[in-house]
Design a protein around this ligand. Sequence first.
Ligand SMILES: [Fe+2]
Length: 386
Amino acid sequence: MIEKDKIWPWWPLFPLYPYGSKKTIINELIPEQIWSLEQIQGIYYVAVPVRMTVIKVKDGLMILNPLPPTIELINHLNEIIFKHGPIKAIILPTASGLEHKIGLPPLARIFNQAEIWLCPGQWSFPLNLPLDFIGIPSKRTKILFEDGLPFDDYCKWISLGPINLGLGRFQEISCFHKPTNSLHVTDAIVGIESNPPKIFDYDPSPLLFHSRERGDDLLVDSLENRKKGWARLVLFASYLRPSKLQIPSLNHVIKYSFKEGLRNRKSHFGIYPFLWDKDWEESKAVIIGDNSPKIQIAPVLQRLIFPRSKEILSSWLNVVKNFKGLKYLISAHYSSPLEFSEIDCQKIIDNINSDEWGSLNEDNKFLYNLYERLYKIGIIPENVDI
Ligand SMILES: [Fe+2]
């Protein structure tokens, strides 16, 4: 039974897990200043939390990285609006991340007095459609930098990219919010830790599903299994195909599918097309922090976007590093807020300039080969400039 306040009727437009019912949780990240609203989104087997951030601005609020507005999400927003004023602006700071775009048109319709600000170079695939076609009201929409910048008396806006991807561009606009000394990014930097995000408390089944070894294993809820499933989900989301994961034969998959107790949607009917190597946990340490979040450039971007554009990434980080008072980082995925100072930023710059950055561990091979193939057939162009 779907709960009414979690209904998301537009899910067939972008069929991302959990489809027509989305739980939203709210968290105050910086007291009276910054809030996080999270939902889970994903494709079939890989579901990860996505964050919308609400920031207090003069006489109201600003939204970064909009999410699909279920009744539950709007109720949470209304609690903040009641205390801190109306939504003044909704900002989509990324040109490429689809999971951050799908909530914008309906959210813009609900908050019809808010200004809409977009990262330059929005593109849709396979057709590059005009804004109104994809449901973004062009009359009250502005493009960041081209039409000015919102709240620029106390927000510093800087661009990472654009980087030419061939089909479109990678670009994200980061915001340094001076009153809280927090840097806001979408996908570029993440902090990943071993404890699963709180939103999985509502329904841990995506974690428990991945904690198993075979399709006929039942979903057993324990903290250990939640952590195990979370680590595997992170490896999927970071490398698309982790090196310690084998794809078993169809016969193997069918043999263990549709067993009693697993013939339901949550268990994907026992269909489990994965076989993890015994030593799969060795891959965890590279990207997942044990007691605190491990801060890093998002692994997928490292391999698919930045191999050709290390300099663009370094110069962006050099600007970030010099934001006076830099203290926190808040991103649209994984743990937030992260403690993030000039020193942490320098560590990433040093890592980019070290041999480690270019070296290829086994887990990166799938992404590396994908990149090479796209480059060879000309989808990824040689020139990074737009
Ligand atoms: Fe994202």
